[in-house]
Ligand binder design. Structure first.
Ligand SMILES: [Zn+2]
Length: 408
């Protein structure tokens, strides 16, 4: 049970800050919110309760290799079958790998994250490993598994006719026994016929689908050369993904496509910048009907700290809008909270009486926060993991600064 009094709470899907006389949690549910007046600026230091955050694109499997691909191209560092990441993952012992992933999930909780959506490499084994780490930490892992090795040769991909073999179908079925869905690196890694098969199999099993699209222009060009269609257009037609990751180089017609289909788009601007890629068109996407989410992408590239991603995204968006007025910082914070319902209808991503107790308590008594003139802007730009007091999912404590201090 939790019982907080005289704090501030970000209320409802609009994340409106209110004085909160009492906030009571019983079991896994928010039992009581005694809401006072709305409040944007602080007169004194206090605690601020906000919804737990969702990191909608990670590869926690390579969190065992921080900054390992420094100085490498995207292809040399990350691509199948022989990129640095795949060579190094194959060398990890099960115990060491599980330890790395578990500690990085704990770090996520420490930075206010309660759940993440992961592209998990290494087939069935890879998905099982992450499931164990998730169960140990209480951080929810929505696992989107991949084939252990690509099921088509370069010649088969070029010909673009082959279906999934019986063995590949069996691997997919086994994967979906463990994972919540399927992901693959790019549309160019499988044939059109295979994408349709995978869509049908995942639909039958009520599993989720996600794909990287338009991370760089090469994705679109390779797809056009083989099929006559860009990778995003093909993905929406054949695979119908629940999540499209990146959209880094989306042009006006591709942004229109994302908007028209109200696609859930996961932006990863720090990862794009770290690979020397263009920054995603955050401003036009905010103005579109696409549902925007944020991710930190590879553990190898970035810390899985959404607070850093919020800060970067907000400032890039301002620069792209070309003024200091837009966007409203609330729209950035919604990308890691209440926008999640567009992808996961079984969660809320906001706080109200009767909803699951998925929340984070921030220490706004700290000198750099206690006189904030704009609470939401300060959460987006100034809060660090050190300012997180408590992270709770469904009533379970995932991180407590107090408990952490006792352990030291
Ligand atoms: Zn990725």
């Amino acid at each position: 049970m939790f019982d907080f009094s005289d704090c501030i709470l970000l209320y409802g899907p609009d994340l409106c800050p209110h004085h909160c006389h009492r906030f009571v949690v019983q079991g896994d549910t928010i039992q009581r919110i005694d809401r006072g007046e709305p409040c944007q600026a602080l007169e004194r230091g206090t605690w601020v309760i906000m919804p737990g955050m969702y990191n909608c694109h990670t590869h926690m499997g390579d969190s065992c290799l921080p900054d390992g691909a420094t100085g490498m191209t995207l292809e040399a560092g990350f691509f199948r079958p022989n990129g640095y990441k795949y060579r190094e993952l194959a060398k990890q012992t099960e115990a060491d790998h599980l330890d790395h992933i578990t500690h990085h999930l704990r770090y996520m909780a420490r930075s206010g994250t309660i759940a993440h959506v992961d592209f998990r490499e290494q087939g069935v084994y890879g998905s099982q490993l992450l499931r164990r780490a998730s169960e140990a930490t209480g951080v929810r892992s929505i696992i989107l598994g991949q084939f252990n090795t690509l099921p088509f040769s370069a010649a088969e991909l070029q010909h673009n006719q082959a279906h999934l073999s019986v063995q590949a179908q069996a691997e997919l079925e086994a994967l979906l026994e463990v994972a919540d869905g399927f992901s693959e690196s790019t549309m160019n890694d499988l044939t059109d016929a295979a994408w349709v098969q995978i869509r049908q199999i995942t639909e039958q099993r009520q599993k989720r689908r996600a794909i990287h699209c338009l991370e760089n222009a090469g994705y679109r060009e390779a797809s056009l050369a083989i099929t006559g269609r860009g990778d995003l257009e093909r993905a929406l037609d054949l695979f119908q993904p629940d999540l499209v990751i990146h959209a880094t180089v989306a042009d006006a017609s591709e942004i229109a496509l994302l908007s028209q289909h109200r696609v859930n788009v996961v932006l990863n601007p720090r990862a794009n910048a770290n690979l020397g890629l263009p920054l995603p068109p955050i401003a036009p996407l905010i103005d579109s009907e696409a549902n925007l989410l944020l991710g930190t992408d590879n553990g190898l590239l970035n810390s899985p700290n959404l607070l850093a991603e919020l800060d970067f995204t907000y400032k890039v968006a301002k620069s792209q809008f070309g003024d200091a007025v837009r966007p409203d910082p609330v729209s950035i914070l919604q990308m890691v909270t209440s926008n999640i319902r567009g992808f996961l209808p079984d969660v809320y991503g906001y706080l109200d009486t009767g909803l699951p107790a998925d929340f984070v308590v921030l220490d706004f008594t700290q000198p750099h926060l206690r006189a904030s003139r704009h609470l939401i802007a300060s959460i987006v730009t100034r809060v660090t993991p050190e300012d997180v007091l408590l992270t709770v999912r469904q009533g379970r404590v995932l991180y407590s600064r107090e408990q952490q201090a006792k352990l030291r």
